[in-house]
Design a protein around this ligand. Structure first.
Ligand code: PLP
Length: 400
């Protein structure tokens, strides 16, 4: 057993330090424990690892390359910038990595239906894709307001054959979709499985989703060493729930020379109510069955959060990130909506790569610090997804 403070987490109760756990009713805890037992069983099985590895290579297109953004580095006049190209994955982002894992687990457990909510539709499309491939029914709950806003993703989910359930209650957005999906799940948790879209929720989801995403960091560390004969000095990723960042960071936790930076959305400003900087301005609390940093209002309710990147506006954050913040091993910084837009356009025009607005937060941080660093330093950015989904919105916003 490693004596490192980072290894062997979570513990058997699902805790990363004082964060995580299963803050749920006993009936649900039993179901979660069954999922954990099934996961622990297949995790060490050769045939499961083989199947997942084959899907990663032949279906997702892994390993995703690392691209040296020479023109951007030159323009900024400081540290060298490199991009881990998760945007090149099938379906255009990192989410397919854990959706495939969850779909395979559902099939192994003999579940008859995979249920989830989706906000902007990214998780819905990735999950519907994985379920089509694995051959298991999939039901996605989505707020009516979001359905009207997110046409291409709604169409894709329908084409992929999942059952799309419009949610009209409340504000008809993400939170109501979560409630609706969860109610459906509770009708038969023995036969259904709720596929969580990030490293959040009750144990074992933060662990499982992290493990499925950890391929990002394993590949990146090896690729960078092979190409440059050394590790990057800084590794950065955007943080919503935290799955793409936690896919990247653990591979570098033991490398003291590597500065790890998670970038949260400052939205319209940290001094406004319109941001989603949970680790930066939140406090330890609980949400969705886990202990983690939370943004709350004075009454202790989750704050309405905002980011230009809809994949980042969540008032909680993964328990492992909460723990890494307290250990001081990862720095959590922020980038605003405006900085994100500037990074989005700059990467598009200088390198010909249109990033997701989520990923553009990490690019924005790198663009801010690179000019202050020597030319011999290297920044590796996890480019979590591509920006096709954001193109029309940005064009309208900027009057292009
Ligand atoms: C959903 C999404 C995110 C945010 O989720 P995390 O769990 O924080 O990674 C980031 N980037 C892209 C492209 C996404 O689709």
């Amino acid at each position: 057993m490693s004596t490192s403070p980072f290894a062997n987490l979570p513990d058997s109760q699902g805790y990363f330090g004082r964060f995580g756990g299963q803050l749920i009713p006993p009936e649900l805890k039993r179901v979660m424990d069954e999922i954990d037992a099934a996961y622990e069983e297949i995790r060490v099985r050769e045939d499961f690892q083989q199947e997942l590895a084959e899907l990663f290579s032949d279906y997702v297109g892994r390993p995703s390359p690392i691209f040296h953004a020479r023109r951007l580095s030159e323009k900024l006049g400081g540290a060298q910038i490199h991009l881990k190209r998760e945007d090149l994955n099938h379906t255009g982002a990192h989410k397919i990595n854990h959706c495939l894992g969850e779909a395979l687990l559902a099939k192994f457990m003999g579940k008859t239906k995979v249920i989830a909510e989706t906000g902007a539709g990214q998780h819905g499309v990735a999950l519907a894709t994985a379920c089509a491939l694995v051959g298991i029914p999939c039901e996605i709950h989505m707020g009516q307001v979001d359905i009207e806003k997110e046409h291409p993703n709604v169409t894709k989910m329908k084409i992929l054959g999942c059952k799309l359930v419009p949610v009209t209650r409340g504000t008809a957005t993400l939170k109501d979709a979560v409630d609706s999906a969860f109610e459906e799940y509770l009708k038969d948790p023995q036969n259904y499985i709720y596929a969580i879209g990030s490293v959040v929720g009750p144990h074992p989801f933060p662990k499982m989703v992290r493990d499925f995403q950890s391929v990002i960091g394993r590949e990146a560390r090896e690729q960078f060493l092979a190409r440059h004969g050394r590790l990057p000095d800084h590794v950065t990723a955007c943080v919503g729930g935290g799955s793409n960042a936690i896919g990247m960071f653990p591979a570098f936790l033991e490398d003291e020379s590597v500065h790890l930076v998670g970038v949260e959305p400052a939205g319209e400003g940290l001094d406004t109510q319109r941001h989603s900087a949970t680790l930066t301005l939140g406090k330890p609390g609980e949400i969705h069955g886990m202990a983690c940093y939370v943004l709350e209002d004075e009454a202790g309710n989750p704050m309405p959060v905002h980011s230009i990147a809809s994949g980042l506006d969540y008032p909680g954050v993964g328990p492992q990130h909460s723990h890494l913040k307290e250990l001081g091993r990862v720095d959590y910084e922020t980038a605003s909506d405006d900085e994100c837009l500037e990074a989005f356009l700059t990467l598009s025009r200088v390198e010909g790569i249109i990033p997701a607005l989520e990923s553009a937060h990490a690019v924005a941080w790198a663009m801010r610090v690179a000019p202050t660093l020597p030319k011999g330093e290297h920044i590796l950015i996890n480019l979590s997804g591509r920006g096709d989904k954001d193109a029309d919105y940005v064009a309208e916003k900027l009057g292009l």
